[in-house]
Design a protein around this ligand. Sequence first.
Ligand code: ADE
Length: 290
Amino acid sequence: MRLDIVSIFPEYFSPLDVSLIGKARERGTLDVRVHQLRDWTHDVHKTVDDTPYGGGPGMVMKPEVWGEAIDAIIADGAAANGPAADASPTDAPPTGSPGAPATGGSAAPGPTAPATGGPAAPATPRIIVPTPSGRPFTQEIAQELAAEPWLLFACGRYEGIDSRVMREYGARMRVDELSIGDYVLAGGEVAVLVMVEAVGRLLPGVLGNVHSAVDDSFAPGAMRNLLEGPVYTKPPVWRGHEVPEVLLSGHHGRIARWRRDEALRRTVANRPELAAAIDPETLDKHDRKL
Ligand code: ADE
């Protein structure tokens, strides 16, 4: 999977060099390219924002610079996917772009870096714009995004990106405005880190244990819509707190029952709205007693 991230703060993305995502990049499962938006400006101050039409506080990101950035990245991806794809995309910036757009500290892993595995990537990416005004980002959307060959994240700052950018590209490719929660961050960078981690860990081979993603809260399956219950490891007693006896019993049926009960209890306590939305048809007799 190829990921392009455009931001005025490429430094935010150094966490993508470590842990699961860092390893996936080293292996070539993930091809992450971080771009400095200001590389597509033309003025000495590298201006990316301006005052909002209609007045109001804050600044709005200018459409021209976003248009140039996204066009250049799409042209680069198309060249990388085309028949003459043997040059490094970072060595061969699209002609007409104002100098080679930097790939931040997180350049492509190597000279041969088309989207790895599966069929060739499409001519256009799916564009994701993080914004508190977007649709909620959920595990279901993470799964949908994990099936895409190419994603382009456009990180807004200030009051956001001029809306015409989303309209322009939305006419030609899929553009999603997504929110990671009902709170306002200083910009889209942290939201993109969240989304990249949620999507990246679902890619084949990224998680060590193939079952880990199956048991997640919000994952599809028998425990769908239930939060994961509490977990324990050795020692069996710590500071006087005991591990529930059932987990030491070795009785798989009882353990599965206990886990489901705990998941239900936790969901009712922490997320009553999720519990209320559970289809009663999916509850067994024991569930209903809780
Ligand atoms: N940018 C600022 N706040 C955000 C949020 N909650 N989700 C996504 N992007 C954002």
